[in-house]
Write a protein that binds this ligand. Structure first.
Ligand SMILES: Cc1cc2nc3c(=O)[nH]c(=O)nc-3n(C[C@H](O)[C@H](O)[C@H](O)COP(=O)(O)O)c2cc1C
Length: 303
């Protein structure tokens, strides 16, 4: 039996496959064994409720999708009271994604969530393309200094493992990743969606109510992969790869390029069983290739 376990700092995963924030709900438990996952990442929450962007908020594209949800959520108090109890039965580690308008809000979210049982790690969303973060730049992770400030503020408010989620919309993502590492992140997650748009030629209107949105799915995979490779050569903390993973081959590519774990998002809209299949197929691939531990393939690209 191949050992599929990996470590993200102090966070121990029985296998490297996680769901991606905003794409997983506890209702999926009826379709596949959620407990088989390495970890479950919940949709990003904010301190106060947010209504999100005007509809339509989803559009299908060639090999991917656009979304402009805009971090719609009912806020921290509702999350603790109503959302968390719904996922408490899940045995896989639960990762909560947080976003704030400023350092104080990020730190407060981290502090309040640290006092709540069953949360195994926090994902710091520094990269949603569909919102403005109050006094902060729209995409926090475009600026290495602001990224460092936010991660440091969260770090000093919690002992939970921290995952910094970065945007691909930068010139050199490894500079931002290095800043997150220096500020105390236990891992970097790359990438969030790519700012993008689509147009309906009959109505001559944008397909999204917000005009622009974030592109995800297979269309972004080769670009995300290159970013993982770039960061792998620059930072020492674990990398979680995300962007267009639909099967075990994609996941293995990310791991060969240096990812310790992977997240699956858009693919679950096509088939919610995808994460479970990827776990099974990764095991089969490793057994066939004669590996005893998945850790042995991380960064194994022959370049
Ligand atoms: C409908 C939808 C909602 C999303 N919501 C969030 C979110 O709330 N927070 C976040 O950090 N990322 C969010 N994302 C981004 C995903 O977590 C993931 O990083 C991205 O889609 C790339 O992976 P994929 O190609 O496997 O989907 C969302 C993506 C989609 C498609």
């Amino acid at each position: 039996m191949v050992d599929l376990s990996v470590n993200i700092g102090r966070l121990k995963l029985k296998n490297p496959v996680m769901t991606a924030s905003g794409t997983f709900g506890p209702e999926y438990g009826e379709l596949f064994d959620v407990n088989a996952l390495g970890a479950v990442v919940l949709k990003t929450i904010t301190l106060e409720a947010r209504v999100g962007n005007p509809p339509p908020r989803i559009a299908e594209t060639f090999s991917g999708m656009l979304n402009s949800i805009g971090l719609e959520n009912k806020g921290l108090d509702d999350f603790i009271k109503n959302k968390l109890p719904k996922v408490k039965g899940i045995k896989a580690p639960i990762v909560v994604s947080i976003a704030g308008n400023n350092e104080r809000e990020y730190a407060l979210l981290a502090k309040r969530l640290s006092a709540v049982a069953k949360i195994s790690a926090l994902e710091i969303n520094l990269s949603c393309p569909n919102v403005r973060h109050g006094t902060l730049a729209g995409l926090i992770a475009q600026d290495p200094d602001v990224t460092g400030r936010i991660v440091r503020a969260v770090r000093s408010s919690t002992r939970l493992p921290l995952i910094a989620k970065l945007t691909p919309n930068v010139t050199d993502i490894s500079v931002i990743a290095a800043s997150a590492e220096k500020a105390g992140a236990d891992a970097v997650l790359l990438v969030n969606t790519f700012p993008a748009m689509a147009v309906d030629i009959e109505t001559k209107k944008p397909k999204l109510g917000n005009i622009t949105g974030g592109l995800s799915g297979p269309a972004i995979k080769p670009i995300a992969l290159k970013m993982v490779w770039d960061v792998y050569n620059k930072v020492d903390i674990p990398i979680i790869g995300s962007g267009g993973i639909i099967n075990y081959k994609d996941a293995i590519e990310f791991m060969l390029c240096g990812a310790t774990a992977v997240q699956i998002g858009t693919a679950v809209f096509t088939d919610p069983r995808t994460p479970g299949c990827v776990i099974k197929d990764i095991r089969r691939y490793l057994e066939h290739a004669g590996y005893r531990r998945i850790k042995d393939i991380i960064g194994g690209l022959k370049a």
